[in-house]
Design a protein around this ligand. Structure first.
Ligand SMILES: [Zn+2]
Length: 425
């Protein structure tokens, strides 16, 4: 490799502290050398060559770019994700060919949005719940051919949805694994025990995990936790989406500045969506406590704990809602550093991207978020974004603002937005 240091595409980031996505504590006196899109090296500050550009970040902690493992992407969400320090997302339900195009577009346009790991359509049963994000499958054979079509088209993973029966869940997982791709699921018809024995890799929303949703005994919790551990199944609880359902009338959301980063058509949907008045808020508020209890117990037992949000569902601003999910983990009793691991190195592993993202390490993508303070000591500091870098490119807040505003006159023509409008029509 050419290591001439006078090239402008090589620069050093010198933060007050550096947290690499893994370690228990941040380290001081380290600089990250970025070469184009890649982390070339991590060296002591005094060894930084004099002739290269430097970005000095006094009072800041540098972290790996954050990862949201549960998103339904719209291109109008790109600027918000980047501004909040989320440099990679896993899309778990969208139009197959549209999301593949967005993935390639973002791959070569560093400041258009985050890197995308995608599942294509969510694989549903004979009657699909989401007209645009879903794919209907009438039986085990049809789900096999849909999974094959998706993987041949280039998806990174498969997402199974609620109305699949046991037979179809088995067929979907079997086909995906034969073709080397992991499977995540929002379970409904199929029990969690059946899905796990079929080889499911990740569970969204703790769906189907009965003990997680009730005032269960430790024995009931442990039976499920043992099963998750034995089969190495990750959980992606998405506490914030339930929090918003539970607290639909909480006026704090009306004063929430992150709304400024949400497209007007999505804000309109948030206002109109009847979910809030249909649901029994007290019941959901109670369930969130159960979910948090289960999450903590599962995490302490060693269950792989991913982290996602389900943005752009109501009151989940892209990117910023991941900060809220991180805080929810801490609220559940998880240490800040572990919540941050979930949002970085653990998510990278669940997304099968652990050799390129989720860590500040030699050879990894140059994806970073720098925040004022130290979120390992005080998790609230995760919101104090000072600088975001995606694949070596410094993200400009001004440009993100302009990019987002330029979309305001049109309603995005993507699956999530169309499905939102289908729900409220
Ligand atoms: Zn979802």
């Amino acid at each position: 490799m050419n290591t001439r240091t006078n090239q402008t595409n090589i620069y050093a980031i010198i933060p007050e502290e550096l947290w690499n996505g893994i370690s228990e504590n941040p380290a001081k006196d380290l600089a990250v050398i970025v070469n184009e899109k890649i982390i070339q090296d991590i060296i002591p500050v005094h060894m930084v060559p004099n002739d290269i550009n430097t970005i000095k970040l006094p009072g800041c902690t540098l972290l790996p770019g954050l990862i949201d493992a549960h998103v339904h992407y719209s291109s109008v969400m790109g600027p918000a994700f980047l501004l909040a320090g989320v440099t990679t997302i896993r899309d778990v339900g969208n139009d197959l060919h549209w999301i593949l195009k967005e993935r390639s577009f973002n791959e070569s346009n560093n400041d258009s949005g985050p890197s995308i790991v995608c599942c294509g359509h969510l694989q549903d049963g004979p009657v699909k719940y989401w007209p645009n994000m879903g794919r209907a499958n009438i039986n085990a054979d049809s789900i096999r051919s849909s999974v094959k079509e998706h993987i041949n088209a280039g998806v990174d993973a498969i997402k199974l949805y609620t109305s699949l029966d046991v037979e179809m869940v088995y067929a979907g997982i079997d086909e995906a694994h034969k073709l080397g791709k992991p499977v995540t699921a929002h379970l409904g018809e199929c029990s969690v025990e059946d899905a796990i024995s079929a080889g499911l890799d990740c569970i969204e929303h703790l769906s189907g995990c009965r003990p997680a949703w009730a005032n269960s005994t430790q024995k009931e919790d442990d039976a499920l936790i043992d099963l998750l551990l034995k089969h190495n199944v990750a959980i992606d609880p998405t506490l914030v989406v339930f929090d918003r359902v539970a607290k639909g009338l909480d006026l704090v959301f009306e004063r929430d500045n992150s709304r400024n980063w949400v497209h007007p058509s999505h804000l309109h949907y948030w206002n109109e969506y009847q979910l809030f008045i249909r649901t029994n808020p007290l019941k959901v508020q109670q369930e969130i406590l159960y979910l948090k209890r289960f999450l903590l117990r599962a995490h302490q037992s060693g269950v792989t704990t991913a982290m996602g949000t389900d943005t752009p569902f109501p009151r989940l601003a892209p990117g910023f809602s991941l900060h809220d999910e991180i805080a929810s983990y801490v609220d559940a009793g998880i240490k800040p550093v572990d919540a941050l691991r979930s949002a970085t190195s653990v998510n990278a592993k669940v997304l099968k991207k652990e050799s390129v993202i989720g860590k500040i390490a030699k050879g990894f993508d140059a994806d970073f978020v720098a925040v004022k303070g130290n979120p390992i000591n005080d998790i609230r500091d995760i919101t104090k974004t000072e600088l975001v870098i995606r694949k070596g490119m410094v993200i400009s807040q001004l440009k993100m603002q302009k990019d987002l505003k330029s979309t305001f006159d049109n309603i995005p023509n993507d699956a999530i937005t169309l499905d939102f409008f289908d729900r409220i029509k």
